[in-house]
Design a protein around this ligand. Sequence first.
Ligand code: CU
Length: 124
Amino acid sequence: MIKFFFTNFLISLFFFISTCVQAKDISLDRIEVYKTENGTFTREVVVWLKDANKDPLKFGELIMTADMPSMPMAHRLPKVKARPGNEDGTYYAILPFEMKGEWAIKIEILKPSPGMLVKKIHIK
Ligand SMILES: [Cu+2]
């Protein structure tokens, strides 16, 4: 009887964990753009990501890039792997924007579940 309950518990736990991992609702809580020492329009982009439970997204793997909505195909920024910051849920990437104006930041989530977030920002 105990074994039966234990097995049942393990099965429920497994389903609970797998549902959590597969949840796709990772959200962008905040984005900040900081000047750097390199190129005129090179900026450090910091994002605050939240998981499905609205907690800071830990152990995420993501790639960031950007383009200008007003100039399709004109720019080809590299795809930069973001590094996690000290604060939970923060990820950093340095992007070499090429001019002033409105840019769309594309955040491609690789882990915990694939997804794409896009946020428009202004480079001054
Ligand atoms: Cu442009």
